[in-house]
Design a protein around this ligand. Structure first.
Ligand code: ARG
Length: 263
């Protein structure tokens, strides 16, 4: 072999290797892009224990909704990633296409259903009221007329509180802020979802606050998706049915509420 031939062979091999590496690189880039595109972005207001709350130590989002959405993602074979945002920004974010779905203890209401699609109900809830432990005058919703009430902005609790005659409504970005205001004496009551009120009393507010009266409403929580993304909505409903059938839903429910889900 002449020197020239050897040089040619080496050059050819070099170019071939380059070409192959290039292809591999391209492929790797493509599959990363595909899987990144596939990860579903889930919006949630993560200050609503026991549905969604940030673990102080691990910084992870935990709760009934968080376990449910992870299980649903697994069932659908699509990874999910939770993004924390204000409750009143969730539906706009979904409409703008910034997130793919919302799980945030969100009540299925006719007004919201005009803007987004809801999954089948996944949790039965309702509104209740919380007052200071030493308050003996406020016993039910009718006693709230003319009173100062704290609520979370954009919630069904805010909507219902606004219907109460002469009530002075103070709106907060998060439910914990509303509870803090009650503790500080700035309001007479908090109107908020019953399971969240119960959790607050059991965990933090036990000595300061109590739940009084009967629940005001009966509400169903649903997972919201964009109107145009019916494919995802259908997948979520199918996966939800499957988790109910295979016992996974019940396991998660018992983990967070200590009892079996109502039939
Ligand atoms: N269920 C109520 C509603 O839909 C309150 C939900 C608040 N959720 C939250 N993660 N902060 O309006």
């Amino acid at each position: 072999m002449t020197k020239k031939t050897i040089a040619l062979i080496v050059l050819t091999m070099f170019l071939l290797t380059l070409g192959l590496a290039g292809c591999g690189g391209q492929q790797a880039a493509k599959s990363a892009e595909q899987s990144a595109a596939k990860t579903l972005k889930v919006g949630s207001d993560t200050a609503f224990a026991p549905f969604e709350v940030q673990d102080e130590k691990t910084k992870e989002y935990v709760g009934f909704d968080m376990d449910l959405i992870k299980a649903l993602g697994k069932q659908m074979g699509i990874p999910v990633e939770v993004q924390s945002m204000n409750f009143d920004g969730l539906i706009p974010a979904l409409e703008a296409g910034n997130i793919d779905m919302v799980i945030s203890a969100m009540t299925i209401t006719p007004e919201r259903a005009q803007k987004v699609n809801f999954s089948k109900p996944y949790y039965k809830s309702g509104l209740s009221m919380v007052v200071k432990s030493d308050n003996n005058t406020l016993k039910s919703f009718k006693d709230l007329e003319g009173k100062r009430i704290a609520v979370q902005i954009g919630t069904t609790g805010a909507d219902e509180a606004k219907k109460i005659k002469d009530a002075k409504i103070r709106e907060f970005n998060t439910a914990p802020e509303a509870f803090l205001e009650l503790k500080a004496g700035g309001v007479d009551a908090v109107v908020n979802d019953l399971p969240v009120n119960e959790y607050y009393i059991a965990q933090a507010g036990g000595k300061d606050a109590k739940i009084v009266g009967e629940p005001l409403t009966s509400e169903d929580y649903g997972i919201a998706t964009a109107k145009k993304n019916t494919e995802l909505g259908n997948k979520i409903n199918k996966a939800l049915d499957e988790l109910k059938q295979n016992g996974e839903y019940e396991k998660i429910y018992i983990k967070w509420f200590g009892k079996k889900p109502p039939q």
